[in-house]
Every structure is written in structure tokens, then in C-alpha cells.
Design a protein around this ligand. Structure first.
Ligand code: MTE
Ligand code: MO
Length: 478
């Protein structure tokens, strides 16, 4: 009813724990579910949505929630959600996955619902720019159906005023930029740490992204918000699917951080799976922060309270072996932002039978990349399990003055420089191997800050940031 109070998403988000009260939203409604959480067995499932929308929870935990919560929700309604803060994606609660986009059969599927997939090995080995339809897709929720012309991005810079932009308005009002950047999932190579985890070396891809820089958008805002004391503040980003995370405002607004709102990759409009019409791109940082279908940005004094910020995308200590043992306030497990130095052998593949050329050598190929704006300075390859090493030839590191393949369209408008490099390199080495027997191939990359991949990775529950030497066992045959 019109007499109901209206709450903004930011107000709702401050009620995210039993101590502060638990509020959730569903459609246009705001609900105070504090008592429900306390008094209903299993009611604490709803804590995963505390301070935010319930819709995503339906997609994940439909069975638990549909009956339990829907029945109790109506009397708990306390107000309406500000129209600009409602999820713009159409959410079909009866069957959240009824409207998924068509997908290229060459993607390596890890999970169908939500859709999680890998870039194929032959693409990783040969394409400097990963074609969009072959680029890994990592969704946590159903893909929202968005009317691109009507889709609006709201920006709440924390000064009381909320600005709204369509994608066309953003592109018309701010300088267009193109940027080469690698996107890598936190879980790339996770199966090498936690064998039960799905996923190989393909949760990574590289593209030329086009859009506007976030620092340019913010510099158009009133002076009071233009240079906030960024330290300690967070930029919250929420997608139309209900996924939400935050990044430090310092990174978000850093002129040399190259955080962008992008509408195209490799010269093509973003597909539905990759976040069209518009997504956040946070280069050098794990993919989880590059929010797709981005709908709300807001500056806040605390980090986002979503499950994806608080429960996932942190590296818990090796002795935590069960999700129930996780201490979400463990200060030794902060949210993951920059990703560490990485390389992987793509060719040959594990257990392959290899036959050396007349010179007694085989070609070994892969990719290497580092986060935080560092570029790759060397990739070393071993054919004896790491006792001796040789340098691989690198392709495509413009910061290091190495040859770049022809871009899919005109070159990037943003020039990389020291500590501002977001591309991967593809590499190749011709490695001598014995005539017969088992061979353990290894690769290790070093970045421009002299970070080198460790020989072994410590265990962590979800196999995040798996970046030990890449090891591939092959059999030489004459
Ligand atoms: N943004 C939204 N809105 N919803 C999501 O599920 N997944 C994140 C990120 N942004 C996600 C999202 C994760 S974990 C990764 S690795 C990247 O998107 C993957 O981007 P891609 O699917 O375009 O490769
Ligand atoms: Mo990810």
C-alpha cells in the first residue's frame, strides 16, 4: 500500500545479522525475518540472503525455502523496496533456469545449473584473444533476462543522491576505452588442490574489453563524492541476478587500476552469459569481482555482506576441512582480490603419449598471467620434474616489448605501463626429452615483481588460487 515506508537497498543491507535484525527483499517487498530465523528450524538458511534479495536463494535452495518461507513471509512485510533497487532481471521463481541462453557445445561444462564451464584446451593453447562464445562462463545463479534499452545502472556515491544511467548514456557521456585483460576464476586449477572440485585449467580467458572507466564516471559526480577518502571504503556492485560483492574503493577509482564498465568484448556486444548489456571489469583481480549484468554500484563503509563476499572467495587455513568449521571472521582469510602469478601447461595434456621430433625435443605450450598489474617476465619449463629448467618463448606481452598478435579490432586505447598490465602471455618451449619412459613436465612463471609460482600449494577447502608449478606427466615413445 502507499502508506508503506520505502527502503533503499543500502538500508536493507544494514540489517544482515541476528544482532542487527535480518531483513530481506523479494520483488517489491521488504521483510523483517529476524523472528523467522530465530524460531523456525532451518530458518537460518535465509541468513544467506540477509540484507539482500531472496530471489537468488530460490535458485540455489528452492526445496528448502519455497514452502517454509513463502508461507511465513506475508505477515513479515515491513515496507517496499525503492523501485530503482529492485532486481531488473525477470526472475521466474517457479523454474529459475527456464530461460538460459544457448551455449557453444565446445565449452567444457562443469555444472549445468547454475552454468559453470571452462574454455577448451585447444582454444587456450592457440587463441590470444579468447572468442566470446568459447570464453569460460561462471554463473552462480540463473541468467537474468534483461531489456538492454531499459536497463539502468544506479550509482550511489554515498552523498545522498543516486544517479541513474542507461548503457547508452554511459557510453555517450564518458570517453570510450578499450583494454586487454585476462579474466580468471578464483577456482581455476582448483582440482589440483581439492581433487573433488570440478574444474581444470580452463577457467580463464583473455579479451579486448570496451567500455568506460569507472574513475571517469565518478569524476563527473559532485566534488563532495569525487575524492572520497577512499581508504577503508568499499564499492558494492550488484548484478541483476542478485549476485553481489564489493571491492576496495581505492582500486575501483584508481586512475591506473583500469576498473571499467564494459559493454563489449573482442569488438562484439557482451552476450547474455558474459553479463550483457553491461558488466564491471576489475582487471588483475579474480573474476568473482567483475560483476555481470551490473545494476547497482554503491559506496559503503563496510564490505558487502552477501554470501559471495563473506563465505566464498576467501582462502581459509589448510586445517579447515569442513565448511561448518569456517570462521567467517578469521582475519587471516580476507576476501581475495588480486590473483597471484600463474601458469599452466596446456600442450601436451596429462597422460599423453608423446613422440619427440628428430632433434629429440617436444613442443610444450601454455599460458601465464599475474594479477595486480604485474606482467610476466619469464616462464621456465622443466622436463625432469623441476631439477633443470629452460626459458620458454613468450607471445603477447606488450609491456615486455614482446610481439602482440593482431587484435580482433583496432588496438586498445589504454596503454599498459609498469605495474599496469592485465594481459596474459601464451608461451612455447621446445624441450628435450628421453627417448622412452615417463616424463614429468613442469612450468613456473615469474612476474615483474619477482613473484614466482610455488612448487606446492597449501590445501584450502575450495581449491582457490591454485597456482603451484603446473605439472603434466607424459609418456615418451619412440
Ligand atoms: N556476476 C554476476 N552477476 N553473477 C555471477 O554469477 N560470477 C562471477 C563474475 N561475475 C558472477 C558474476 C565469477 S565467480 C566469475 S569467475 C566471472 O563473473 C566469470 O565471468 P564470465 O562468465 O564472463 O567468464
Ligand atoms: Mo569465479
Amino acid at each position: 500500500s502507499s502508506a508503506e515506508p520505502t527502503y533503499t537497498a543500502a538500508e536493507v543491507s544494514s540489517h544482515h545479522s541476528p544482532e542487527s535484525g535480518v531483513w530481506v527483499t523479494l520483488g517489491d517487498g521488504v521483510y523483517d525475518v529476524t523472528s523467522f530465523v530465530r524460531h523456525h528450524p532451518g530458518g537460518d538458511h535465509i541468513l544467506a540472503a540477509a540484507g539482500g534479495p531472496l530471489e537468488p536463494l530460490w535458485a540455489h535452495w528452492q526445496v528448502h525455502l519455497t514452502h517454509k518461507v513463502l508461507r511465513h513471509l506475508a505477515p513479515l512485510r515491513i515496507g517496499r523496496l525503492a523501485p530503482a533497487d529492485r532486481l531488473s532481471g525477470v526472475y521466474n521463481i517457479a523454474d529459475p533456469y527456464a530461460d538460459e541462453p544457448p551455449r557453444d557445445p565446445r565449452l567444457g561444462v562443469l555444472s549445468a545449473r547454475p552454468f559453470d564451464s571452462e574454455t577448451a584446451r585447444h582454444v587456450l593453447a592457440s587463441e590470444f584473444w579468447t572468442p566470446q562464445e568459447l570464453f569460460y562462463v561462471r554463473n552462480h545463479l540463473p541468467v537474468p533476462r534483461i531489456d538492454a534499452a531499459a536497463h539502468k545502472l544506479t550509482i550511489d556515491a554515498g552523498d545522498g543522491g543516486v544517479r541513474t544511467f542507461t548503457t547508452d548514456e554511459l557510453c555517450g557521456q564518458f570517453p570510450q576505452t578499450r583494454l586487454n585483460a585476462t579474466l580468471q576464476c578464483t577456482g581455476n586449477r582448483c582440482n589440483e588442490i581439492e581433487p573433488s572440485a570440478a574444474g581444470g585449467v580452463g577457467q580463464i580467458g583473455h579479451a579486448c574489453w570496451q567500455g568506460v572507466r569507472l574513475c571517469d564516471v565518478f569524476s563527473s559526480l559532485p566534488a563532495s563524492t569525487r575524492h572520497p577518502p577512499a581508504e577503508g571504503l568499499h564499492l558494492h556492485a550488484a548484478g541483476a541476478d542478485g549476485y553481489a560483492v564489493s571491492i576496495p574503493l581505492e582500486k575501483a577509482l584508481d586512475e591506473r587500476g583500469d576498473v571499467m564498465l564494459v559493454h563489449s568484448m573482442n569488438g562484439e556486444p557482451l552476450s547474455r552469459d558474459h553479463g550483457g548489456p553491461i558488466r564491471l571489469l576489475v582487471p588483475g583481480v579474480v573474476g568473482a569481482r567483475s560483476v555481470k549484468w551490473v545494476q547497482h554500484l554503491s559506496v559503503q563503509s563496510t564490505e558487502c555482506t552477501s554470501v559471495w563476499q563473506k563465505r566464498y572467495y576467501r582462502v581459509f587455513p589448510p586445517w579447515v576441512r569442513d565448511i561448518h568449521d569456517i570462521d567467517y571472521n578469521d582475519s587471516s582469510a580476507p576476501p581475495i582480490y588480486d590473483f597471484p602469478v600463474q601458469s599452466a601447461i596446456i600442450v601436451p595434456s596429462e597422460r599423453e603419449e608423446v613422440c619427440s621430433d628428430s632433434d629429440g625435443k617436444i613442443p610444450v605450450r601454455g599460458y601465464a598471467v599475474s594479477g595486480a598489474g604485474q606482467h610476466i617476465v619469464s616462464v621456465r619449463v622443466s622436463a625432469d620434474g623441476g631439477k633443470s629448467w629452460m626459458d620458454a618463448t613468450l607471445l603477447g606481452s606488450d609491456a615486455a616489448g614482446l610481439p602482440m598478435p593482431e587484435p580482433p579490432h583496432s588496438p586498445p586505447l589504454t596503454k599498459p605501463s609498469h605495474a599496469r598490465h592485465w594481459s596474459w602471455v601464451l608461451w612455447e618451449a621446445r624441450v628435450p626429452i628421453p627417448a622412452t619412459g615417463q616424463v614429468l613436465l613442469c612450468s613456473k612463471a615469474t612476474d615483474s615483481a619477482y613473484n614466482t609460482q610455488p612448487e606446492h600449494a597449501d590445501y584450502n577447502l575450495r581449491g582457490y588460487l591454485s597456482n603451484a608449478w603446473s605439472k603434466v606427466r607424459v609418456w615418451a615413445k619412440a
